[in-house]
Design a protein around this ligand. Structure first.
Ligand SMILES: [Cu+2]
Length: 289
């Protein structure tokens, strides 16, 4: 099978620690063709030019990720095997990873307007290589974000934009939710933030109820070893923000997480929880001042 090499130079590492809590600014840039409504002739566009993070120390020395698909072109609703190869600046595979939330590598996939979200776990094949079967629910630009900790290193985020052929989701502007209340999978979830100011420590508190009875849910199950997981991205998907559960062993109805927003703007966040063996994902859009 023809292997299309998406990133000769993969997304450059530019993970910057902004606070002791570990908020990470992910300064990898990309060939993000927002506004282009044509399917690309090339299945994936990649341009991992270096970030803008020269003023702060790098968390890990020059790691690279190359994202390679097993099919010649990516099409909406067709699955394709993704290979992620992690290497150091000299091209030598990184072979030791630290288990973080039960996994060696977490892969987040979002589309250009953040309407699509996937959080999956590629399988480690050894020699710095991870594989997973992927599919995309529509055409457009998608960002692949690999989140891992090399042994002896620090939390690392490497990313790549790819182009998927097919009808695209609308190019809407992300708007903050008027009310931080959502209903998904039979759960009514309310979010409160201790602060909506940039550069401050923020506690995110999710309160989870049964949507039918309005009863608080007190028997959340651990998901990947914690009460829940939260992923935050800036509206342009350029900033990937790490979030830490405050009480890993909590079981509801409240799940709390600590984070910090690097700058003012609109952010989308996804909380993921498990109840009765089912993982549910609840999205919110917030405006940080
Ligand atoms: Cu994960």
């Amino acid at each position: 099978m023809y292997i299309h090499k998406i990133g000769l130079i993969s997304a450059m590492l530019a993970v910057l620690f902004l606070s002791a809590c570990g908020s990470v600014r992910e300064a990898s840039s990309s060939n993000n063709q927002h506004g282009s409504h044509e399917a690309a002739s090339s299945p994936a566009s990649a341009d991992g030019h270096s970030g803008h993070g020269g003023e702060m120390p790098k968390a890990s020395p020059n790691l690279n990720a190359s994202f390679t698909f097993g099919s010649a072109s990516l099409k909406a609703n067709e699955s394709s095997e993704l290979t992620i190869q992690i290497a150091d600046g000299a091209g030598k595979p990184v072979t030791d990873f630290q288990v973080n939330h039960e996994k060696l590598l977490h892969l987040i996939i979002v589309n250009h307007n953040l309407s699509s979200f996937q959080h999956i776990h590629p399988a480690y094949q050894g020699n710095g290589k991870f594989t997973v079967s992927t599919s995309f629910d529509a055409g457009g630009d998608y960002k692949l974000i690999a989140d891992f900790i090399p042994s002896g290193g620090t939390s690392t985020t490497l990313s790549q934009w790819v182009k998927v052929a097919g009808k695209e989701a609308e190019h809407t502007v992300l708007k903050a939710d008027a009310k931080l209340q959502q209903e998904v999978s039979g759960k009514a979830v309310e979010l409160s933030l201790s602060s909506i100011k940039a550069k401050e420590e923020v506690t995110l508190s999710f309160t989870i109820r049964d949507a039918q009875t309005n009863k608080e849910i007190t028997d959340l199950q651990p998901y990947l070893g914690a009460v829940g997981h939260v992923v935050i991205l800036s509206a342009d998907a350029e900033q990937y923000i790490h979030v830490h559960p405050l009480e890993e062993k909590a079981t509801g109805p409240v799940a709390k997480f600590a984070t910090s927003f690097p700058e003012a703007g609109v952010y989308k966040l996804w909380g993921q929880f498990q109840h009765n063996g089912e993982v549910f994902t609840v999205p919110f859009v917030v405006n940080v001042k």
